[in-house]
Design a protein around this ligand. Structure first.
Ligand code: PGA
Length: 230
């Protein structure tokens, strides 16, 4: 069995103040696995400070004319253990397709990174009760692998302060588990998780941790979330 995974997605923000200082909340813990996803330019500093570090994305090609991009192999070489694949920001602003994302997951595994695959429906899809349909599509090309983590992140919950109910999260997690039917694969929740709602959401049945954006930039709030997970 894995420890719960608490992942900090710092997106296009600087490293939070004090995060690199010895003993900060972002450093490894005993009963919770903590991983930070800094911007590419900050990866080396995080690795040097002995943080468990991941890349926010990576291309499946090894090298070539892809201005502004970075390969999975480069993410690995920089000292990362994890990589996010298919975060909704990447799907939205970089038009990454399910096909490309599946290839990224495969490449990440091949170079020795642990992919965190992000999936989830938009508000319109939620309202039309198409969540399972969307998850089917997003998971169709994904080969189960025990090193894979899945983050269920309803797009409408990301950065909005809105969250699904615990019942909804539990139901959706069970659905994802029924598709990716393999023990060892962690399924996280992401989307407006914070110090206030962490305990309730993290106690949902079948919950293996969380991917946190906004609240992960605030060291004290992040520490509270880690406590809730342990
Ligand atoms: P949020 O972001 O916690 O700010 O909603 C989550 C994410 O984008 O992974």
């Amino acid at each position: 069995m894995h420890l719960p995974l608490i992942a900090a997605n710092w997106k296009m923000n600087p490293i939070p103040a004090g995060a690199l200082d010895a003993g900060s909340a972002y450093h490894p813990h005993k009963d919770v696995e903590v991983v930070v996803f800094p911007s590419f330019i900050d990866i080396k500093d995080c690795v040097a400070a002995k943080l468990n570090t991941g890349g926010q994305c990576g291309r499946s090609e090894t090298a070539g004319a892809f201005t502004g991009d970075i390969s999975m192999q480069m993410v690995k070489n920089a000292g990362c253990t994890y990589v996010l694949c298919g975060h909704s920001d990447r799907r939205r602003y970089h038009e990454e397709s399910d096909e490309q994302i599946a290839l990224q997951v495969e490449t990440a595994l091949a170079v020795g990174l642990k992919p965190v695959l992000c999936i989830g429906e938009t508000w319109d899809e939620y309202e039309l009760r198409q969540t399972e349909l969307v998850l089917d599509r997003q998971l169709k090309r994904i080969k189960p692998d025990a090193r894979l983590t899945i983050a269920y992140e309803p797009v409408w919950a990301i950065g909005t302060g809105n969250t699904p109910t615990v019942e909804e999260v539990t139901r959706t997690h069970a659905y994802i588990r029924s598709i990716i039917n393999m023990t060892g694969i962690r399924i996280l929740y992401g989307g407006s998780l914070n110090a206030k709602n962490a305990k309730e959401i993290l106690s949902a049945q079948g919950m293996d941790g969380a991917l946190i954006g906004g609240a992960s930039l605030k060291p004290q709030e992040f520490a509270t979330i880690i406590k809730a997970a342990s």
